[in-house]
Design a protein around this ligand. Sequence first.
Ligand code: SF4
Length: 398
Amino acid sequence: MTSSLLPLPQLDEWVDPGRRVTYIRNLDRIPNIPADERAKLKLVAEKYVFRANDYYLDLIDWTDPNDPIKQLIIPRLEELRDWGELDASNERAVTVARGVQHKYPDTVLLLCNEVCGAYCRYCFRKRLFMNDNEETTNDVSGGLAYIAENPNVRNVLLTGGDPLLMSTRRLTEIIEALRDIEHVEIIRIGSKMPAFDPWRLTRDPELQAVFRKYSTPQKRIYLMAHFDHPRELTDEAIAGIDCFIRNGVICVNQCPLVKGVNNDPEVLTDLYRKLSFIGCAPYYLFQGRPTEGNEPYEVPIVRGWEIFNEALQEGSGLARRARFAMSHETGKIEILSVDDRYIYLRYIRAKDPALRGQFMIYQRNDDACWLDELEPAVGYGAPRFDPEPLFDVVDGPE
Ligand code: SF4
């Protein structure tokens, strides 16, 4: 009996794999926004930077004033309202050196880039894109040395900014260096480039080869993709994810719940269904952090849980593995359920070992957007978190 292998589908039969996007930083280059509106929005962009590209802007339906892609990328005047804090989860408290966050004993974040393919208006790290940012570094040698010296660190997340906006040479150096550290098992790359520039990997055979070499059967590289809306899952984006998968990278998706973008059960169901079809199953849905400038994008916790719960009723079992969580200063907290009186929560990860796995019950509050706005039910809230640093600060920002 003869066996025949089916040839892999060629990307270029499907999309142009080599396209380059054109970046746009000046709102005046978007004639679809009326001139008087542009003038006002420039004030917002002076505070919270604007950046997009021709491909992503073409996804906007300009005839719809509430278009979700527009809400995601085009500044809004309401961002200037006095609300929230720039570092709402107090990431500085876990910053042990410039560009290095030691979040949990086994997990280190390397903030290796301060630029993204475009800027999401609701970004919780927008402080990194502002002047005087001292929290990212292009030179990650200190972070790599820190990881090498800490054998508990098994899980490294490359983040920023967007690591996939770095040059292939720099990204390769970091991945090679991490693979030389025996105790590092999982390398994760947090990136929205598959949504903003789906050709990042398809046009780069060198980076494809790096992934094939270093995402090994024993130690995989993960892409933590960031798709917020099903309209971002274009043929090109699907081909981009396909390219990661074919080069040995495991793909999952995490995104925040964003008012005007995906705070609709039908939209979330559609997103989750498509993500599981393409091999990039949903992992986390995040409650938006109370970050300065983000008030127009916030959804209260209770409404968020209702949307998430409804979205999970449909779709495949793979889509239903997602969890709805808050990245709070004290740890990652899953929003398990809500009833007429209470909100039920549980720590997935916690900085304080005493809180790990802790189940908590809070009084229902339909307006609250963050844990700090909730009142614990008598006897069931989390103990107060001791803000003592868990790790020594080697060379952190002031
Ligand atoms: S891609 Fe991520 S880091 Fe960059 S602006 Fe969007 S949310 Fe922020």
